[in-house]
Design a protein around this ligand. Sequence first.
Ligand SMILES: C[S@@+](CC[C@H](N)C(=O)[O-])C[C@H]1O[C@@H](n2cnc3c(N)ncnc32)[C@H](O)[C@@H]1O
Length: 296
Amino acid sequence: MTLNTPPVCDYTNSDYQASFWEHADRAYEDGAEAVALRRLLPARGTLLLELGAGAGRNTPRYAGYERIVLVDYSHTQLEQARARLGDSKRYIYVAADVYKLPFVDGLFDGATMIRTLHHMADAPLALAQARRVLAAPGIFILEYASKLNLKAIARYLLGKQKWNPFTREPVEFVELNFDFHPAAIREWLGKLGFKIERQLTVSHLRFPLFKRLLPLKLLVGLDALFSLTGNLWQLTPSVFVRATLPANNDTLAVLPGFFRCPACGGTDMQEKPSGIQCNSCRHHYPLENGIYDFRV
Ligand SMILES: C[S@@+](CC[C@H](N)C(=O)[O-])C[C@H]1O[C@@H](n2cnc3c(N)ncnc32)[C@H](O)[C@@H]1O
């Protein structure tokens, strides 16, 4: 098992939730995402994996699922999520790297990854991990930042931006922050066996002037309307995809366990009061303040 995975964009001690969402003018983006999730999520599910859960901003929106596993590399983000959502059988908090998910194959019947793929230097590798831990049939809701958005196209055509929004390779506009081409995302998902059921474009009106002039409800309502064209074209900065693994896939949840060792890949994992121990390589993963820590 290779441990050489790409670098992580570390949110340790970041006040992202407060500075980006609560104290900034982003009620429109948050409302537009809530609409997209309502449209894409199934009414019911058993075990949902939330990849890059952050401070749990979206977690209450997964109300149809019996249990939710919140994964984030940042322990402090998960502490904020835990403070928001509390301790219950419904939520499991896991500090881990998306590239090395500590779960057995085919464990989840649903997964989401919102505003997180844009930190992945190797997006296909991250998507392959999501696919590995999903059962078939399973549902994957992915949000990604699109390089093919109208602002980027206009800037490129006017000579104000060097990178080409029409080509398929990701663009790293700030260190460990990437925009992707919609066709590349579809290709990667397709190669992993996902069928793309629906695409919703989000944040059509992400311009300061619109936000100043139009009331929030109207902005979100208009966005909800425009987003229905998402299957036809994707020209917004943010795109949601609902992808499914067809039921005849061969990776139905067959393993009895839950966790898988991210260091050696072993599935003989023993629960102890202090955390989880891998009985293959003897690695111990602590449980601290209600959060399992699988970062290696
Ligand atoms: C922009 S925040 C989004 C949080 C949340 N999904 C939301 O929309 O509010 C990105 C999150 O991804 C997490 N993250 C980045 N790289 C990661 C990795 N390799 N493994 C796990 N989490 C990662 C960060 O710690 C951060 O909490």
